[in-house]
Design a protein around this ligand. Structure first.
Ligand SMILES: [Zn+2]
Ligand SMILES: [Zn+2]
Length: 225
Protein backbone atom coordinates (compact mmCIF):
# COMPACT_ATOMS: atom_id res chain seq x y z
CA UNK A 1 0.00 0.00 0.00
CA UNK A 2 1.27 3.43 -0.94
CA UNK A 3 2.15 5.78 1.88
CA UNK A 4 1.57 9.53 2.05
CA UNK A 5 4.97 10.30 0.59
CA UNK A 6 4.27 8.17 -2.49
CA UNK A 7 0.86 9.81 -3.04
CA UNK A 8 2.41 13.27 -2.90
CA UNK A 9 5.15 12.26 -5.30
CA UNK A 10 2.62 10.70 -7.67
CA UNK A 11 0.41 13.81 -7.65
CA UNK A 12 3.40 16.09 -8.21
CA UNK A 13 4.78 14.00 -11.06
CA UNK A 14 1.36 13.66 -12.74
CA UNK A 15 0.73 17.42 -12.70
CA UNK A 16 4.30 18.05 -13.89
CA UNK A 17 3.85 15.65 -16.80
CA UNK A 18 0.54 17.23 -17.83
CA UNK A 19 2.09 20.70 -17.54
CA UNK A 20 5.08 19.73 -19.68
CA UNK A 21 2.86 18.01 -22.28
CA UNK A 22 0.65 21.11 -22.48
CA UNK A 23 3.74 23.29 -22.97
CA UNK A 24 5.04 21.11 -25.81
CA UNK A 25 1.60 20.95 -27.43
CA UNK A 26 0.85 24.66 -27.31
CA UNK A 27 4.36 25.51 -28.59
CA UNK A 28 4.28 23.12 -31.52
CA UNK A 29 0.63 23.11 -32.61
CA UNK A 30 -0.53 25.18 -35.54
CA UNK A 31 -2.44 28.02 -33.82
CA UNK A 32 -4.94 28.30 -36.70
CA UNK A 33 -2.90 29.51 -39.65
CA UNK A 34 -5.04 30.50 -42.60
CA UNK A 35 -3.86 28.78 -45.78
CA UNK A 36 -3.11 31.30 -48.56
CA UNK A 37 -5.37 29.52 -51.02
CA UNK A 38 -8.38 29.05 -48.76
CA UNK A 39 -11.30 28.39 -51.08
CA UNK A 40 -14.53 29.96 -49.88
CA UNK A 41 -17.87 30.56 -51.51
CA UNK A 42 -19.28 34.08 -51.99
CA UNK A 43 -21.69 33.47 -49.11
CA UNK A 44 -18.90 32.38 -46.75
CA UNK A 45 -16.70 35.21 -47.96
CA UNK A 46 -19.27 37.87 -47.11
CA UNK A 47 -17.70 39.04 -43.85
CA UNK A 48 -14.07 38.29 -44.64
CA UNK A 49 -11.49 41.05 -44.69
CA UNK A 50 -8.32 41.51 -46.68
CA UNK A 51 -4.84 41.20 -45.13
CA UNK A 52 -2.35 43.37 -47.01
CA UNK A 53 0.62 41.60 -45.45
CA UNK A 54 -0.47 38.09 -46.43
CA UNK A 55 -2.12 39.39 -49.59
CA UNK A 56 -5.13 37.16 -48.99
CA UNK A 57 -8.61 37.10 -47.50
CA UNK A 58 -9.20 36.14 -43.87
CA UNK A 59 -12.31 35.35 -41.78
CA UNK A 60 -13.78 37.58 -39.11
CA UNK A 61 -11.78 37.71 -35.85
CA UNK A 62 -8.59 36.57 -37.58
CA UNK A 63 -5.54 38.76 -36.98
CA UNK A 64 -2.14 39.08 -38.53
CA UNK A 65 0.79 38.27 -36.24
CA UNK A 66 3.85 40.32 -37.22
CA UNK A 67 6.22 38.01 -35.34
CA UNK A 68 4.98 34.85 -37.02
CA UNK A 69 4.21 36.58 -40.33
CA UNK A 70 0.81 34.93 -40.72
CA UNK A 71 -2.89 35.44 -40.14
CA UNK A 72 -4.31 33.34 -37.31
CA UNK A 73 -7.94 32.34 -36.75
CA UNK A 74 -9.47 33.92 -33.64
CA UNK A 75 -6.01 34.99 -32.52
CA UNK A 76 -5.81 35.58 -28.77
CA UNK A 77 -2.26 36.91 -28.59
CA UNK A 78 1.34 36.04 -29.44
CA UNK A 79 3.00 34.51 -26.39
CA UNK A 80 6.81 34.91 -26.14
CA UNK A 81 6.98 32.22 -23.41
CA UNK A 82 5.82 29.54 -25.84
CA UNK A 83 7.23 31.29 -28.93
CA UNK A 84 3.94 30.79 -30.75
CA UNK A 85 0.61 32.45 -31.37
CA UNK A 86 -2.39 31.44 -29.30
CA UNK A 87 -5.32 31.01 -31.66
CA UNK A 88 -8.36 28.95 -32.48
CA UNK A 89 -6.57 25.61 -32.72
CA UNK A 90 -4.19 25.72 -29.73
CA UNK A 91 -6.16 27.85 -27.28
CA UNK A 92 -7.27 24.79 -25.31
CA UNK A 93 -3.63 23.70 -24.86
CA UNK A 94 -2.70 27.19 -23.67
CA UNK A 95 -5.54 27.14 -21.16
CA UNK A 96 -4.41 23.73 -19.87
CA UNK A 97 -0.84 25.01 -19.59
CA UNK A 98 -2.06 27.85 -17.36
CA UNK A 99 -4.18 25.45 -15.32
CA UNK A 100 -1.41 22.92 -14.68
CA UNK A 101 1.24 25.61 -14.08
CA UNK A 102 -1.13 27.10 -11.49
CA UNK A 103 -1.74 23.72 -9.82
CA UNK A 104 1.95 22.86 -9.83
CA UNK A 105 2.89 26.19 -8.25
CA UNK A 106 0.10 25.85 -5.69
CA UNK A 107 1.24 22.33 -4.69
CA UNK A 108 4.85 23.50 -4.28
CA UNK A 109 3.69 26.50 -2.23
CA UNK A 110 1.51 24.27 -0.07
CA UNK A 111 4.38 21.86 0.62
CA UNK A 112 6.65 24.78 1.56
CA UNK A 113 4.02 26.09 3.98
CA UNK A 114 3.65 22.66 5.55
CA UNK A 115 7.39 22.40 5.95
CA UNK A 116 7.78 25.79 7.61
CA UNK A 117 4.76 26.18 9.82
CA UNK A 118 2.58 23.14 10.21
CA UNK A 119 4.70 20.04 10.61
CA UNK A 120 7.38 21.36 12.98
CA UNK A 121 4.57 21.97 15.53
CA UNK A 122 2.72 18.73 14.91
CA UNK A 123 3.56 15.90 17.30
CA UNK A 124 1.77 13.10 15.44
CA UNK A 125 2.84 14.05 11.91
CA UNK A 126 5.28 12.03 9.93
CA UNK A 127 7.95 14.70 9.60
CA UNK A 128 10.10 12.67 7.24
CA UNK A 129 7.32 12.96 4.67
CA UNK A 130 7.51 16.73 4.50
CA UNK A 131 11.00 17.73 5.49
CA UNK A 132 13.07 18.63 2.50
CA UNK A 133 16.76 18.03 2.82
CA UNK A 134 18.01 21.29 1.31
CA UNK A 135 19.56 24.50 2.57
CA UNK A 136 17.11 26.87 4.24
CA UNK A 137 17.86 29.72 1.80
CA UNK A 138 16.78 27.42 -1.03
CA UNK A 139 13.46 26.77 0.67
CA UNK A 140 12.84 30.51 1.17
CA UNK A 141 13.61 31.12 -2.49
CA UNK A 142 11.37 28.25 -3.54
CA UNK A 143 8.51 29.59 -1.39
CA UNK A 144 8.80 33.06 -2.91
CA UNK A 145 8.92 31.70 -6.46
CA UNK A 146 5.99 29.35 -5.84
CA UNK A 147 3.86 32.14 -4.31
CA UNK A 148 4.68 34.45 -7.21
CA UNK A 149 3.92 31.83 -9.85
CA UNK A 150 0.66 30.81 -8.13
CA UNK A 151 -0.49 34.44 -8.13
CA UNK A 152 0.53 35.19 -11.72
CA UNK A 153 -0.88 31.95 -13.14
CA UNK A 154 -4.09 32.34 -11.08
CA UNK A 155 -4.69 35.86 -12.45
CA UNK A 156 -3.99 34.71 -16.03
CA UNK A 157 -6.32 31.74 -15.58
CA UNK A 158 -9.18 33.89 -14.24
CA UNK A 159 -8.64 36.38 -17.09
CA UNK A 160 -8.79 33.64 -19.73
CA UNK A 161 -11.86 32.10 -18.07
CA UNK A 162 -13.67 35.45 -18.10
CA UNK A 163 -12.70 36.08 -21.75
CA UNK A 164 -14.14 32.68 -22.64
CA UNK A 165 -17.41 33.48 -20.91
CA UNK A 166 -17.85 36.81 -22.72
CA UNK A 167 -16.49 35.36 -25.98
CA UNK A 168 -13.70 37.86 -26.47
CA UNK A 169 -9.98 37.51 -27.06
CA UNK A 170 -7.08 39.26 -25.33
CA UNK A 171 -6.35 41.20 -28.55
CA UNK A 172 -9.97 42.36 -28.86
CA UNK A 173 -9.90 43.56 -25.24
CA UNK A 174 -6.65 45.45 -25.89
CA UNK A 175 -8.05 47.08 -29.02
CA UNK A 176 -11.32 48.05 -27.34
CA UNK A 177 -12.42 47.51 -23.74
CA UNK A 178 -15.63 45.49 -23.48
CA UNK A 179 -18.73 47.63 -22.95
CA UNK A 180 -20.18 46.50 -19.57
CA UNK A 181 -23.73 47.16 -20.76
CA UNK A 182 -23.22 44.83 -23.74
CA UNK A 183 -21.44 42.00 -21.93
CA UNK A 184 -23.32 38.76 -22.32
CA UNK A 185 -22.10 35.87 -20.18
CA UNK A 186 -22.28 32.55 -21.98
CA UNK A 187 -22.88 29.28 -20.19
CA UNK A 188 -19.60 27.87 -18.84
CA UNK A 189 -20.22 24.51 -20.52
CA UNK A 190 -20.90 26.13 -23.90
CA UNK A 191 -17.74 28.24 -23.67
CA UNK A 192 -15.48 25.30 -22.76
CA UNK A 193 -17.17 22.96 -25.22
CA UNK A 194 -16.43 25.43 -28.00
CA UNK A 195 -12.79 25.89 -26.95
CA UNK A 196 -12.06 22.20 -26.40
CA UNK A 197 -14.01 20.98 -29.42
CA UNK A 198 -15.44 17.98 -27.60
CA UNK A 199 -18.93 17.14 -26.39
CA UNK A 200 -19.96 17.30 -22.75
CA UNK A 201 -20.21 13.51 -22.70
CA UNK A 202 -16.41 13.47 -23.09
CA UNK A 203 -15.69 16.15 -20.50
CA UNK A 204 -12.89 14.15 -18.86
CA UNK A 205 -10.91 14.56 -22.11
CA UNK A 206 -11.02 18.34 -21.68
CA UNK A 207 -8.26 17.89 -19.08
CA UNK A 208 -5.80 16.26 -21.49
CA UNK A 209 -3.85 18.20 -24.14
CA UNK A 210 -4.04 15.28 -26.54
CA UNK A 211 -6.61 16.12 -29.16
CA UNK A 212 -6.11 17.91 -32.45
CA UNK A 213 -8.56 20.61 -33.44
CA UNK A 214 -8.49 21.49 -37.13
CA UNK A 215 -10.32 24.51 -38.40
CA UNK A 216 -9.00 24.64 -41.95
CA UNK A 217 -8.91 20.97 -42.81
CA UNK A 218 -11.31 21.52 -45.69
CA UNK A 219 -12.00 25.12 -46.65
CA UNK A 220 -13.59 26.85 -43.68
CA UNK A 221 -15.31 23.85 -42.16
CA UNK A 222 -14.46 22.93 -38.57
CA UNK A 223 -13.73 19.45 -37.40
CA UNK A 224 -12.20 17.75 -34.43
CA UNK A 225 -9.97 14.72 -34.66
ZN1 LIG B 1 -2.00 38.29 -42.61
ZN1 LIG C 1 2.61 34.93 -33.52
Amino acid sequence: MLNMKAYLLLAFMSISLLCLTSLVRVSTLNPGRIPPSTAVSIHENEHWTYCRMCNSMRPQRAHHCRRCGQCVMRMDHHCPWINNCVGEENHYAFFLLLLYAFLLSAVVFLLCMLHFWVYPKCQQCDKDTFYVKHSIWFLYLLTLLAANMTLVMGIQLIGQHFNLLIDRTTLENMQQSPDPSRIHLRSTFTAYEEMCGRKRSMMFLWLFPCKRKTVFSRGVSSQTV
